[in-house]
Design a protein around this ligand. Structure first.
Ligand SMILES: [Zn+2]
Length: 345
């Protein structure tokens, strides 16, 4: 944690800000298969990491949610009036706490994206994250697969709106969603179908949930049992493809830990080191292009919760490295001669 005296908005502090909402407890029946405890474990771990500053997530407003979701769906979630089959599809029983938690989880990604991008007169911090989020199975008018609202979709739309407001209505913010959760980002792909201002990349298990995939801009299907070498090769090719086709002003990274070999649901065989290399590739790709990046944890269902936690902790450690680079870049730009910033690699 940064000392209390450190200004959390000071771009030179070097701190990496993460937003949490796990203390809005979502009550689950005994024996429910979702590993809710992982969020608290991650927060407890990050709280003791120098250079990481944790902040409570704000709640996304209904207006913000409506940038990616239909008003009828938002209303039904908040009031608890979803049809039973739709609630079952989400996978959590409804409660007021479920609705509040879902709003906070979106709010965490909104705050992280805003901080990374540096709108409203703030310098870009370059990178910031959500200790949860990455709820990519939610589409405009329904949830699914433990996802209520699609935080990445709302963040893309809201940052585009705020960017245009800040830089003139003709200014556009292209957003790339890089989704490396083991499950395909079907909700995100559905929301942005036909929208060429948001590029959706999903690399996922071909035979995994959802059974019916929704085509995004770039989908990479991986076979069961895929190991580190082919996985990282596929990622390199995907990032190269993205580079050829799209120039984002913001990257939203869905950093699921469920491709891990110890995951109950993943079906792939990616090691902890392999996923660390994955995170570094994505964050380095964004850094080299000086594109701000916000990230969320998405899925992680380790047979041992500790393996999920280890992968997530690594994601934050890599993010902190890049946060420091952004801070050095800002410091050099503020104090050094023109052009000095270019050498801050
Ligand atoms: Zn997943």
């Amino acid at each position: 944690m940064l000392p209390d005296s450190a200004n959390p908005l000071d771009p030179f502090s070097g701190g990496l800000v993460g937003y949490y909402a796990d203390h809005f407890v979502l009550p689950l029946p005994p024996g429910h298969r979702f590993p809710m405890g992982k969020y608290r474990l991650l927060r407890d771990h990050l709280a003791s990491q120098p250079g990481v500053q944790l902040m409570e997530a704000p709640a996304a407003s209904e207006g913000e949610l409506a940038l990616a979701h239909s008003p009828a769906y938002i209303h039904a979630v908040l009031q608890g009036s979803l049809p039973a089959d739709q609630q079952r599809e989400i996978g959590f029983p409804w409660s007021p706490a479920m609705a509040e938690r879902a709003r906070r989880s979106v709010g965490a990604t909104l705050a992280a994206a805003r901080r990374a991008l540096g709108l409203h007169g703030r310098a870009p911090e370059g990178i910031s994250g959500n200790l949860a989020g990455g709820t990519h199975h939610a589409s405009a008018d329904r949830g699914g697969g433990f996802c209520v609202f699609n935080d990445m979709a709302v963040a893309a739309r809201l940052m585009q709106a705020e960017f245009s407001r800040a830089h003139g209505m003709a200014a556009r913010l292209p957003v790339a969603v890089v989704d490396l959760d083991v499950h395909q980002g079907n909700g995100t792909a559905a929301i942005f179908g036909g929208d060429d201002s948001v590029f959706t990349l999903s690399m996922h298990g071909e035979r995994n949930f959802p059974a019916r995939k929704v085509a995004g801009d770039l989908d990479i299907d991986l076979p069961d049992g895929c190991t580190d070498g082919p996985y990282l090769d596929a990622l390199d090719a995907a990032l190269h493809d993205l580079d050829m086709r799209f120039k984002p002003g913001l990257v939203l990274y869905v950093a699921g830990s469920d491709p891990h070999e110890g995951d109950r649901l993943g079906r792939l065989k990616i090691s902890t080191d392999g996923l660390l290399a994955r995170d570094r590739r994505v964050m380095d790709w964004a850094w080299r292009r000086r594109v701000p990046l916000a990230f969320g944890m998405a899925g992680g269902y380790g047979k041992e919760l500790a393996t999920t936690l280890a992968v997530q902790v690594n994601t934050w450690a890599v993010a902190l490295e890049y946060r420091k680079r952004w801070a050095r870049l800002a410091a050099r730009a503020a104090t050094g001669p023109v052009g000095a910033a270019e050498s801050a690699a």
